[in-house]
Design a protein around this ligand. Structure first.
Ligand SMILES: [Fe+2]
Ligand SMILES: [Zn+2]
Length: 470
């Protein structure tokens, strides 16, 4: 691993970085260190024991083969009281094609040489302003390996590569990206929070419209509930058509469709969508005719129908899908492997709608990710296309599977009647909504608008950072 030749100038650079980080004047030790290239470790015994309460690992400390100069320098560094934080690298060691580091909190990680080289943080390789890699994959040498690793007093490590390039990684940066389960799980949570499935006994968590606008903690709680449950209820929304879009603009940006930034769900003449009639609507996602279906739907009740009718239904498509997977595996398999077409063709009803539209999307009823987890469901009987790209003999079993899933959705649905000022918010790629029919001359007026998950999760992460709850 270690080369017998080492550019003295480079070591000098390493050393002066060390000293710069301590705020101490440069000493002459660095030049002497170049006589011997070793994988170095510092005498951290007291720090390690202080932080972890455990004795220094003997097997690792016995790996040290320090030159006299290096020992002198280490003693020099050890006399300076440097703050050790949980993420400081206390120890490093070469193992096969990785550097094994131990952090002050006792956690360890093997850091692949190639991964480290790819993620060099120097200004030639990485832009601190764009937070993006400048280096190109085509220039990455798959045989990159370190010739020297140096632990610094500030808890960082420097790596000198076989091509002479020098990298420095802070302990905190490495600790966050460690290849152990704890760090990997933390990143998964930052990416997306764990979903919790619910059945017909579920009641959505309630929030207040004004507090959503004025209280970051209230807004963050809403985000957490949305990612977990996919269904929340916001009370006291103002009596205006754009209450939904205004709230969405506070969170991030409105996701527009060819129906514009918001849609009045009222009985319209020559309705260009079944939703703008008084008919019963089966449980459905909105905008299943979009390949990139809107992630979150806000449905605001401005005026409710008086008398019977107009009740809302909501069901957790994730819960139903998992039940289907357990109880009807053949139906589940069919719905995850067979594509439907969903389509929408028409002309504008309202001035802010697109003049003409003709959408076609193609996707399975239940979409899985690489881990076979359900990531999206697509159910919409109104926009489900009459084109079916299947051999004729497979049609009936596909219908049977769709009906079984639909039945499970209804068996576990919640039925309720929205009050004026209520706004239900649904994970539109997970939860399905529907409504009972009502009189054609009703003054019932709902408004729907959309937000995408990318934007919602973006705001949630920013809020977590702002409130210090990462
Ligand atoms: Fe809808
Ligand atoms: Zn670099």
């Amino acid at each position: 691993m270690a080369s017998s030749k080492h550019p003295a100038q480079l070591l000098k650079t390493v050393s002066s970085r060390v000293l710069a980080s301590t705020g101490a004047p440069t000493t002459g030790h660095s030049g002497q260190m170049s006589h011997r290239v070793v994988h170095t470790t510092r005498p951290r015994v007291s720090y390690f024991t202080k932080v972890t309460g455990r004795p220094y690992p003997q097997s690792w400390s016995s790996m040290r083969h320090l030159s006299l100069a290096a020992q002198t320098r280490q003693q020099d560094l050890a006399t300076r009281q440097q703050p050790v934080v949980a993420t400081s690298v206390l120890h490093s060691q070469m193992v096969n094609d990785a550097i094994r580091v131990e952090f002050a909190d006792g956690s360890t990680s093997d850091l692949s040489h190639l991964w480290l080289r790819d993620n060099c943080q120097c200004e030639k390789c990485y832009s601190k302003s764009a937070l993006g890699r400048i280096s190109l994959l085509k220039n990455l040498d798959l045989d990159s390996h370190p010739v020297h690793v140096q632990e610094l007093e500030n808890g960082s490590i420097t790596v000198e590569w076989n091509d002479g390039h020098l990298s420095e990684f802070s302990g905190e940066w490495l600790h966050q990206r460690a290849f152990n389960q704890t760090a990997r799980q933390k990143r998964r949570n930052q990416y997306a929070l764990k979903k919790v499935r619910w059945d017909g006994a579920f009641r959505p968590k309630e929030f207040d419209y004004c507090n959503m606008l004025n209280d970051d903690q209230h807004l963050l709680d809403w985000h957490l509930a949305m990612e977990r449950d996919g269904f929340t209820l916001i009370r006291n929304s103002p009596d205006k058509d754009v209450a939904g879009p205004e709230l969405i603009e506070h969170i991030a940006v409105v996701k527009q469709s060819h129906y514009g930034p918001h849609s009045p769900v009222v009985v319209r003449a020559d309705a260009n969508n079944i939703a703008w009639t008084n008919s019963e609507l089966g449980l459905h996602n909105d905008l299943a005719q979009y390949e990139y279906m809107a992630g979150i739907i806000f449905i605001h009740c401005k005026h409710q129908h008086v008398g019977s009718g107009g009740e809302s239904l909501v069901s957790d498509g994730l819960y139903a899908a998992e039940k289907l997977r357990r109880q009807h595996p053949e139906a589940f398999k069919l719905l995850t492997t067979t594509d439907n077409y969903y389509w929408d063709k028409g002309v504008a009803n309202l001035p802010w709608e697109q003049e003409e539209f003709f959408k076609i999307a193609r996707m399975p009823v239940i979409k899985l990710d690489n881990n076979k987890e359900v990531i999206q469901v697509a159910v919409n009987n109104a926009v489900r296309d009459s084109y079916l790209d299947l051999p004729a003999h497979k049609v009936k079993q596909f219908y049977e599977a769709m009906k079984i899933y639909n039945d499970v959705l209804y068996e576990n649905a919640i039925t309720f009647k929205m009050a004026e000022g209520d706004m239900i918010v649904l994970d539109n790629i997970r939860c399905l909504h529907g409504r009972l029919g009502y009189e054609a001359h009703s003054t019932r007026h709902l408004e729907s608008s959309y937000l995408d998950w990318d934007e919602a999760r973006c705001r949630r992460r920013r809020l977590q950072e702002k409130l210090g709850v990462v």
